[in-house]
Write a protein that binds this ligand. Structure first.
Ligand code: ADP
Length: 488
């Protein structure tokens, strides 16, 4: 079975969040399941610089301005697979993130940039590469939402190529003014409630949700939540209507990147057997790196996160005065909204030695924070799956999370019952309030002092299995519902 995996991000070359991590880990796991996967990427500089030997596959006339667009194919570095690249420098070879310029504002032609991306995916489904034609298109998030729409507008001549669409975050809906619709070269009737139209706007994610044959999202709880008004961003009605084809499949941990036993960034890699010593060394290195005092007897709380309202870190800011009482410490790495960046930078000044903050994006510091912290805080308002709590579990940094989405599915709150049963792996709270967060932090602090219980929780956390193999098996099962017969 041949699957075209369409993604805007791919770790380590182009990544703004979990989407890039998943694209690096899921395709190899699918290949191990026997699925023949190729990726479709946009020709961002981050890819062009590292991909060896890009060969020409096709030159297609774009439906937008009639330009010729080159589709290249390259072996994917470090993988058995290949990636197609939409090599159109006028659209993709720009500074900044995949979506926004260096000043942080979205590119004004994103509808055409990601429209073309989806259109090329549909062309590959229609046979643009005579040497490899996908049996299934699998798109990820709004950037790929138009692929199934273009395919629906002009199906492959010899039959339907089924499509799967995965929601990694419903909050990013790819909305554009309705006025851009004529630029997208879709049939006029597609601009309707049964189509890409969303309250007078064009929504790329709605296109993906409406036109795809199967839908998935990245945790079972999030699959239920997005069918409710509180988490549905206005798309809950459509998602309820499509509930029969919607599946929640939990993300995994890429142990090639996140394994404390073989993590070269840690001063002293560790497993369950020597976690205490390994974590002590990591904590000391982290304290030095962020200018924290070398305190040992109180827990160190860590966070690695995009700084957006989604992540609930304003609750942490509100709780900081109480958190630093008692000698507790906090280490934060993040970037995003400038008001949050400034507030955390100011907190680091005010609580010098107890609050360490690095504003920016830094893979190696991310590993050191996950390794060196006792507790990783993830107080998100919504969280489709969340990866940092999974890394934290593996590294024996007990996650303290809001009970939503994938956080609810992966962390077992320490209660009298779960502790007695030996299944507790972290801490969870419900209310969107600083006091709810702080009372969970107080519970964590109290248990941290019960060394034996804490060590037991750490061992349990470190041995939880969140493997990509399990996820890949579930995705392959979804593919098989669409292509029951193995294809040659
Ligand atoms: P989201 O996709 O919403 O950002 P996830 O928890 O699913 O959240 O994935 C976040 C990923 O991005 C993790 O791999 C995390 O370590 C990484 N990350 C987030 N912010 C930073 C940062 N400032 N520096 C390094 N890595 C970061």
């Amino acid at each position: 079975m041949r699957v075209l995996y369409i993604t805007a991000e791919l770790y380590p070359w182009v990544k703004s969040g979990g989407l890039g991590d998943v694209a690096a880990a899921l395709p190899p796991a699918l290949i191990a399941e026997g699925v023949d996967v190729r990726l479709l990427l946009a020709g961002f500089r981050g890819f062009l610089d590292v991909f060896p030997g890009i060969t020409d596959i096709a030159r297609l006339t774009s439906p937008f301005a009639g330009e010729r667009v080159r589709v290249g194919l390259a072996p994917l570095p470090g993988s058995e697979s290949f990636a197609y690249l939409v090599d159109h420098p006028a659209f993709y070879d720009r500074p900044g993130s995949p979506y926004a310029g260096p000043d942080g504002s979205d590119w004004p032609d994103n509808h055409r940039r990601f429209g073309l991306f989806g259109w090329i995916a549909a062309e590959l489904a229609r046979g643009a590469d005579p040497g490899w034609r996908p049996d299934i298109l699998h798109g990820h998030d709004w950037h790929t939402g138009l692929a199934p729409a273009y395919l629906a507008a002009r199906p492959a001549v010899d039959g339907h190529v089924p499509t799967v669409f995965t929601v990694h975050n419903l909050a990013y809906r790819g909305p554009f003014p309705g006025a851009v619709f004529p630029e997208l070269a879709l049939p006029p009737e597609f601009f309707s409630i049964d189509g890409v139209e969303f309250f007078g706007m064009v929504s790329f994610i709605k296109a993906g949700l409406f036109y795809s044959d199967r839908l998935t999202t990245v945790s079972p709880t999030y699959a239920r939540e997005i069918q409710t008004p509180a988490f549905g961003w206005g798309l809950d009605g459509l998602l309820r209507a499509r509930a029969g084809v919607l599946t929640g499949i939990l993300n995994g941990v890429d142990t090639r990147v996140w394994d404390p036993r073989h993590d070269a960034i840690l001063p002293r890699p560790y497993g369950e057997g020597n976690a205490a010593a390994g974590k002590r060394a990591a904590r000391a290195a982290l304290q030095r790196r962020l200018g924290l005092e070398p305190i040992e007897g109180a827990p160190l709380f860590g966070t690695v996160s995009r700084l957006t309202p989604q992540k609930g870190l304003d609750l942490v800011l509100a709780g900081l005065p109480e958190l630093v009482a008692d000698g507790r410490q906090m280490a934060l790495l993040g970037s995003g909204d400038s008001d949050l960046e400034q507030a955390f930078a100011a907190a680091a000044e005010r609580y010098r030695g107890q609050v360490g903050v690095m504003i920016g994006y830094d893979e190696s510091l991310a590993h050191l924070i996950i390794g060196g912290s006792d507790v990783i805080l993830v107080p998100s308002r919504f969280e489709p799956c969340g990866l940092t709590q999974l890394y934290a579990l593996r590294y024996g940094a007990l996650p303290l999370v809001r009970r939503v989405g994938g956080l609810a599915d992966t962390v077992v709150d320490a209660t009298a019952t779960s502790l007695a049963e030996g299944v507790a792996t972290g801490f969870a709270f419900d209310d969107d309030s600083p006091s709810a967060l702080m009372s969970a932090i107080a519970r964590a602090t109290a248990l941290f002092r019960e060394r034996e219980i804490w060590q037991r929780m750490m061992r349990r956390a470190m041995t939880r299995d969140f493997s990509w193999a399990a996820a890949a098996r579930q995705y392959a099962a979804v593919y098989r519902t669409l292509r029951p017969e193995p294809m040659g």
